[in-house]
Design a protein around this ligand. Structure first.
Ligand SMILES: Cc1ncc(COP(=O)(O)O)c(C=O)c1O
Length: 366
């Protein structure tokens, strides 16, 4: 599998160059409004004194770290504000590998492709554990794959691409397995606000000094371009991660941190609930169309993706291009996410044209 140049870019380029109008359900860019307080924070920022335009503290603005720590029930010293969840994952995986307690990173299949990409980048080895048909991860399978070579177990719930949300017992078991093998559990929780059925359990609920939780505001505040995320490290592991963050980035985008802090303080729960409602509606519209198309699919419990398989039309890159040219819908080929879903496509429900995309698929396959 080719992880180094995410297939995502190839598909986006093909769709952009197509000779017809194409609905983009490729990428995970929310199409809804960020919180008003986020916009207000950015506007306010433009008029601040010159010192506000200089480096932020490398670990992040103190007030933002305090706000995150209070919300997550951790010590502020454990929090590093990062360039999105992407950097938080990189810091966590790097921290696991530099402990020299194994070179293997356990990942799920299907997988969010940046994890294996980062593993290669960091000189580690991937080992995959298949999820079940619903995208659920069996802790017994993880235990079987774990060994002295395991540096980290990297999981994501709510999950991209399957939409699975792991129950608390799975999260608990994953932490226990990491502890048994002196590995780190890295729990990427970037879709925690898109827990559509109220099942989500954070790894923070399990007390442990071997788990790192990563998160960010790209999805919850619909600001993938602002680049603010965070990692929560155990006390013993945070120091090296801070240094790596500083050496790679100096610090994270300061206006973004300021605006996120404003939005965290000012945004009512109703904002997040509205976005979940919107997604629930889209899931229904889209899966109805998949039924009409005779497709097999998984209904997401969280995040904003649907995986589907069409009869005699496997989710190869070639068929992804055909779907763009012949149906005017751009999805992602299943092979981008590992071996187990090679026959499938992934569709991101983040366009106001979801109904039209659904109709086009129903017509094309129906
Ligand atoms: C599972 C997962 N983790 C991390 C990211 C990146 O998030 P951020 O924009 O906060 O870096 C994404 C983006 O799609 C994702 O799906």
């Amino acid at each position: 599998m080719e992880y180094e140049t995410p297939l995502f870019f190839q598909v986006m380029t093909y769709a952009a160059d197509a000779d017809r109008d194409v609905i983009d359900v490729v990428s995970g860019n929310p199409d809804w409004e960020p919180p008003q307080a986020l916009r207000d924070g950015l506007r306010e920022y433009a008029d601040l004194e010159p010192e506000a335009f200089q480096y932020a503290p490398s670990v992040g603005l103190t007030a933002l770290r305090e706000e995150i720590a209070a919300r997550r029930g951790v010590d502020v010293e454990q929090v590093i504000v990062t360039n999105g969840t992407g950097e938080a994952n990189y810091l966590a995986m790097a921290r696991a590998l530099e402990r020299n307690r194994g070179e293997e990173i356990l990942l799920t299949d299907p997988v969010y492709p940046y994890y294996p990409g980062k593993t290669t980048l960091l000189g580690g080895r991937q080992r995959f554990v298949a999820t079940d048909d619903d995208g659920q991860l069996d802790p017994a399978a993880v235990r079987e794959a774990a060994s002295e070579e395991t540096a980290a177990i990297v999981v994501n719930s709510p999950n991209n691409p399957t939409g699975a949300v792991y129950p608390e017992r799975t999260v608990r078991e994953l932490v226990a397995i990491a502890e048994e093998y002196d590995a780190l559990l890295v729990s990427d929780e970037v879709y925690d606000h898109f827990d559509l059925e109220g099942r989500f359990a954070s790894a923070l609920e399990v007390e442990s000094d071997t788990r790192i939780v990563t998160n960010g505001f790209s999805k919850s505040m619909a600001i993938t371009g602002v680049r603010v995320g965070y990692a929560i490290f155990p006390h013993d592991l945070v120091e090296n991660a801070r240094s790596r963050h500083m050496l790679v980035n100096v610090s994270t985008n300061r206006p973004g941190q300021y605006a996120v802090l404003n939005a965290l303080r000012e945004t009512e729960p109703a904002y997040y609930e509205r976005n979940r409602d919107l997604l629930r509606e889209r899931v229904e519209t889209f899966t109805d169309a998949l039924d009409a198309a005779g497709a097999e699919y998984t209904t997401p419990q969280g995040a904003f993706y649907v995986m589907a398989r069409f009869e005699d039309f496997p989710g190869t890159l070639e068929n992804t291009y055909r779907l763009i040219d012949e149906a005017g819908v751009a999805g992602m080929p299943g092979e981008a996410f590992g071996e187990s879903r090679r026959e499938w496509f992934r569709f991101a429900l983040v366009t106001p044209q979801i109904e039209e995309a659904a109709d086009r698929l129903a017509t094309y396959f129906g």
